[in-house]
Design a protein around this ligand. Structure first.
Ligand SMILES: Cc1cc2nc3c(=O)[nH]c(=O)nc-3n(C[C@H](O)[C@H](O)[C@H](O)COP(=O)(O)OP(=O)(O)OC[C@H]3O[C@@H](n4cnc5c(N)ncnc54)[C@H](O)[C@@H]3O)c2cc1C
Length: 323
């Protein structure tokens, strides 16, 4: 029997979506290996908020007094809980904080660690984590001799409400002296994180063809010219590069959308992107490569340099709207 511990990140009284996905995944996996899934929360978390994690499948929530949003204190907390309670696995949703905590925890416990995991299977009663390697062209599978730390790729795990409940147990953890050196000055959401991509009528989606983070200004200007219920979306390649927020990612490990118009600029049309947007009513693609796969499922394809086409399109739409 092996139990799984999951870190649940919270901000302004709500749990992070990726954390909830990891909680659900841990509950699902624990049931397959005959163990239990437990969550850990740090910082200012009410009984009510902590208990909500039961609705995603964990039976117990450990709560510790420590600063939220910083890696080292969470490593102290999770290392103690895993050592005291005997959890064999820790699971994290994607995101930089999860990477940092997971790596630190693995070092602290001498555990195996796998990052960017897209799927976890149960093989002979043990967890086996899959992660794409070699530019996502192959999959490698990791199993663990003893403790295993599994860190998901962002949005790899889906959250599912189960209607269950969890007990909340306070744990006392003495933080290492070096864990209290960093102070949280300010927390905030990334640019564009509050945009309702899934509900937008028009999406202007940008890919690596935009060239750099600033390239998204062209997409944002076009979205502004459309006005109304228009938002900017992105491919995973640009999200991974830090050019645009994860909240805007469309595709297999991002959001699934079906707007009236999906305008794809500088997007190659990889299958993992396609599955997230192929139900759009109208797909218009701008790509300088006439053989780009996106043209195979576009209603209208424009072969050319987006740096020239996007500004012209923006001007044309402004002119049409009389502004
Ligand atoms: C398990 C797994 C899950 C994944 N999940 C997702 C996901 O959810 N979403 C997702 O998007 N991807 C996902 N991917 C990644 C996916 O395989 C592609 O790598 C990614 O979609 C490529 O993004 P891109 O189109 O922006 O970049 P690229 O493939 O590099 O394409 C850039 C395109 O821009 C064009 N271009 C360049 N310059 C210009 C210019 N000046 N004008 C016009 N066109 C130009 C190029 O011709 C090219 O076609 C996943 C991969 C794996 C393995």
């Amino acid at each position: 029997m092996a139990d799984i511990l999951v870190y649940a990140l919270h901000y302004e009284g709500a749990f992070n979506k990726n954390s909830l996905g990891a909680v659900s995944e841990a509950a699902n996996l624990a049931s397959q290996i005959g163990g239990e899934a437990h969550a850990v929360v740090v910082g200012d978390v009410s009984d009510d908020l902590a208990g909500q994690l039961g609705n995603y499948g964990v039976s117990k929530v450990f709560r510790a007094e420590a600063p939220e949003g910083l890696a080292q204190p969470v490593i102290d907390v999770m290392a103690k809980i895993m050592s005291d309670q005997g959890h064999q696995y820790a699971l994290f949703g994607g995101g930089l904080l999860g990477f940092e905590i997971g790596a630190g925890l693995a070092a602290r416990l001498g555990a195996g660690v796998t990052m960017e995991v897209t799927q976890v299977n149960v093989v002979d009663g043990r967890l086996a984590a899959e992660r794409p390697i070699l530019g996502d062209s192959s999959i490698s599978t990791s199993t663990y001799k003893d403790k295993g730390i599994i860190i998901g790729r962002l949005n790899a795990f889906e959250s599912k409400e189960t209607g269950g409940s969890a007990t909340v147990e306070d744990v006392q953890v003495e933080l290492s002296p070096f864990s209290t050196k960093a102070k949280m000055i300010q927390r905030g959401e990334q640019r564009g994180a509050d945009v309702d991509i899934e509900g937008a009528d028009i999406l202007v989606a940008g890919g690596r063809g935009l060239g750099k983070a600033e390239g998204f200004e062209l997409a944002e200007e076009l979205a502004k010219a459309f006005g109304g219920n228009t938002a900017v979306a992105a491919t995973r390649a640009v999200v991974d590069a830090g050019w645009y927020p994860y909240a805007a990612q469309i595709g297999q490990t991002g959001k699934t959308v079906a707007p009236k118009l999906y305008l794809a600029a500088g997007i190659s049309g990889a299958i993992q992107h396609k599955v997230g947007m192929q139900s759009s009513e109208n797909i218009v693609a701008i790509n300088k490569d006439a053989n780009a796969p996106i043209f195979e499922f576009s209603d209208l394809g424009i072969v050319g340099d987006l740096n020239k086409i996007l500004p012209k399109l923006t001007e044309a739409i402004k002119a049409k709207k009389g502004g």
